[in-house]
Design a protein around this ligand. Sequence first.
Ligand code: ARG
Length: 260
Amino acid sequence: MDGTNRRTFLKTTGAAATVSLAGCAGLGGGGDEMTIVAGTAPGFPPFEMKEGGELVGFDVDLLEAVVAETDYTLETWSEFEFSSLIPALTSDKIDVIAAAMTINDERDQTIDFSNPYYSADQSVLVREGGDFSPSELSDLSGHKVGAQEGTTGADQVKKLIEDGTMEESNFNTYGSYVLAVEDLQNGNIDAVVLDKPVAETFAADRPVNVAFVVTTNENYGFGIRTDDDDLQQALNSGLSTVKENGTYEDLVNKWFGAQN
Ligand code: ARG
């Protein structure tokens, strides 16, 4: 189901086939060219998380709403660790990443992104009522700090190590931010660097606090393969439709409304 196959298919059968293809999504033993598989990394509330064994969250609802506006059919969701999502995409295990993934130059060299769908800064989470209350990144010096592997939060910590502010041995990486926050609660680390909306979600139901915000102006986009221009265009137009028709705002209220 990669973009090349689909383009070859369209070239040989003509673009009019798109309509009937969309109409018979699910038939044809998985060989349907308009069916896509989404990949995400749960444990990042409220964007993607497991609730009673079910994958839920803003990204899940948003991507489903966006794809519903296109000729594509979302067949299923596959779960990975965050750092495995880009390799899963480039090896055709999935067709789109919806994982609060920040659009940045490094990732842009390997994959493409949809237009931005959410903006966020980084923040630093500490234990509630603890002695450690940093107010800027340099205050993390001499403390144990955690982040999820492969994230922009981890990049912030790496910069502190590179400029000599932090010791490499004080940096703990985790496969998921849920594990990092558990280690923070347990006192194994003193701070976690992560996206602010997620930090606020953890702070709302665990004994942890946002100590300070690091302004990074990150934008999240859906990740797609560089050769999947048709899917990229479809997602971008689906995204503008859900923004115009109020669905996007409804989902923001549903997943972020009760906060603060
Ligand atoms: N926005 C950050 C990044 O792109 C963190 C994303 C983590 N996402 C997740 N589903 N765990 O690196």
